[in-house]
Write a protein that binds this ligand. Structure first.
Ligand code: R5P
Length: 289
């Protein structure tokens, strides 16, 4: 298998190639003055099992198009199989028609992968793993929560209380607790379908005078996490850390979270950011085989 580093995931691709011992085939990348991309493989892919690594965080649309173009090119150039390694899966949150007339965007994205010749997708903590299972495409959804929890354990947070956001995401808290062993719970979050405003249901968790780590799949505007931090502080939590797999951290997200009383933000390198402390490379290497 050869690894092709997409423009959005150069560093992560190098880590994956290095850890796995697989050959990295560099690309030649040019962005034209009008914004279009040209991506050239610098070696033949004919007859090869190809893993193209390209995250699809902001700018999502550009990163997706680059990935589609690379995959389709690999097919045209007779690659044997094409695995798209997409650590952050754009549009995964649009996993149903929330209101009449809205698109089921994640379905569109998966069908575009198929059209471009992708035979398998590997992703990490996609927003709704269950929905990915309903597509015919072979999609591996890996979880980086244990890696994040191990980071906290190494930093002396053993026995911190693990909290996930939303009942459906309680598995994240369970996975974290299997490492931190300080108990777990979830905050019931509710997002208004029109305004996007998030509210958290009143309930008490056993976190008074305890260290807490709040886990979420994505931090985007930081609004959900900032509310969750305030919610735990009100209940008397001692130190509150925030953690997510995909630190998109748009605009003033970092400040919102820190000003709400969090000690810090720890994310993975599924998308590059100043908070991408934990690498998902070992997970991906294992899945690539
Ligand atoms: C939502 O369902 C996700 O799990 C995250 O909680 C959400 O995407 C975070 O968004 P924001 O940072 O904009 O509140």
């Amino acid at each position: 298998m050869i690894v092709i580093p997409g423009p959005a995931s150069q560093e992560l691709s190098c880590k994956i190639a290095e850890l796995s011992g697989k050959k990295l085939v560099p690309i030649e990348f040019k962005r034209f003055s009008d914004g279009e991309s040209r991506i050239r493989f610098t070696e033949s892919v004919e007859g090869e099992d190809v893993a193209i690594v390209q995250t699809t965080g902001p700018p999502q649309n550009e990163n997706l198009i680059q990935l589609f173009i690379m995959a389709n090119n690999a097919r045209d150039l007779k690659a044997k199989s094409i695995t798209a390694v997409v650590p952050y899966f754009a549009y995964a949150r649009q996993d149903k028609r929330f209101r009449p007339g809205e698109p089921f965007s994640v379905k569109t994205i998966v069908s575009l992968f198929e059209t471009c010749g992708v035979t398998r997708i590997i992703t990490v903590n996609s927003h709704n793993p269950e929905i990915l299972k309903t597509f015919t495409m072979y999609i591996d959804d890996l979880s980086a929560i244990s890696l994040l929890a191990q980071y906290f354990k190494q930093q002396g947070f053993k026995e911190a209380f693990s909290i996930s956001l939303g009942k459906k995401a309680v598995n994240m808290a369970i996975q974290a607790d299997s490492v931190l062993e300080g108990g777990y719970g979830y905050a019931s979050t509710q997002r208004d379908k029109v305004t996007g405003e998030v509210t958290i249901e009143e309930k008490t968790l056993p976190i008074k005078n305890r260290d807490v780590v709040i886990f979420d799949d994505i931090i985007s505007s930081g609004g959900t996490m900032a509310k969750a931090v305030e919610w735990t502080r009100k209940q008397g939590a001692r130190r509150v850390y925030t953690s997510c797999v995909h630190p998109l951290l748009i605009g003033d997200a970092k400040d919102r979270i820190l000003e709400s009383g969090a000690e810090g933000i720890i994310g993975t390198d599924s998308v590059p950011s100043p908070f991408s402390v934990v690498s998902v490379a070992p997970l991906i290497v294992k899945a690539l085989g």
